[in-house]
Design a binder for this molecule. Structure first.
Ligand code: SF4
Length: 190
């Protein structure tokens, strides 16, 4: 458990066993103290700084680009930092028709993104192949990589993408502790 102080007074981070424990009960600084858990603080920071990796594959990508424009302003959610390097991105936004020719390239980019990472399937094509029931088109990106949020529409409006990203924020907020997420790794080294 931690206390995070803020405001005009000096910030503090103390453990409950610390000799500065009494500062949390000082009525003069009470308004500047937040009581929380490390996991909640980490999830709060993650959900408000999701950096998208745009994967524009067809017409839906135009709506994705519009989402970053001043009219819709994705930066209100801390997501304006579109990264074109998978190593710096948290959210893969697959927008457009995923052909078999492109599918393995999308998978490779997903594999290159560091954990924790999330995927949004934007539009009918990315979610299910859309109207292309064809030998050349993958019938949904979830056949290759796990999808966290599906957004319907052909194409979805930028508002729909923003709503989908807000749903993703709710999901990130509820995620298990970092220890639980990495249980396999911790078990392997213990
Ligand atoms: S869902 Fe519609 S708009 Fe989006 S890529 Fe497919 S055909 Fe184009």
């Amino acid at each position: 458990m931690i206390w995070l102080g803020s405001g005009s007074r000096r910030s503090t981070m103390v453990s409950p066993t610390s000799s500065t424990l009494h500062t949390a009960y000082d009525s003069k600084i009470e308004g500047n103290v937040i009581l929380t858990r490390v996991d909640a603080a980490i999830n709060w920071m993650r959900k408000n700084s999701l950096w998208p990796m745009p994967m524009g594959l067809a017409c839906c990508a135009i709506e994705l680009m519009a989402t970053a424009s001043s009219r819709f302003d994705i930066s209100r959610f801390g997501m304006e930092v579109m990264r074109f390097s998978p190593r710096q991105a948290d959210v893969l936004i697959v927008s457009g028709t995923v052909t078999y020719k492109m599918a393995l390239a999308v998978k490779r980019i997903w594999d290159q993104m560091p954990e924790p990472k999330w995927c949004v399937a934007m539009g009918a094509c990315a979610s299910s192949g859309g109207m292309y029931r064809s030998y050349a088109v993958l019938q949904g990106i979830d056949r290759l990589i796990p999808v966290d949020v599906y957004i319907s529409g052909c194409p979805p409006r930028p508002e729909a993408l923003i709503e989908g990203l807000m749903e993703l924020q709710k999901k990130v907020e509820r995620e298990e502790s970092t220890m639980a997420q990495k249980k396999v790794y911790f078990d392997a080294i213990s």
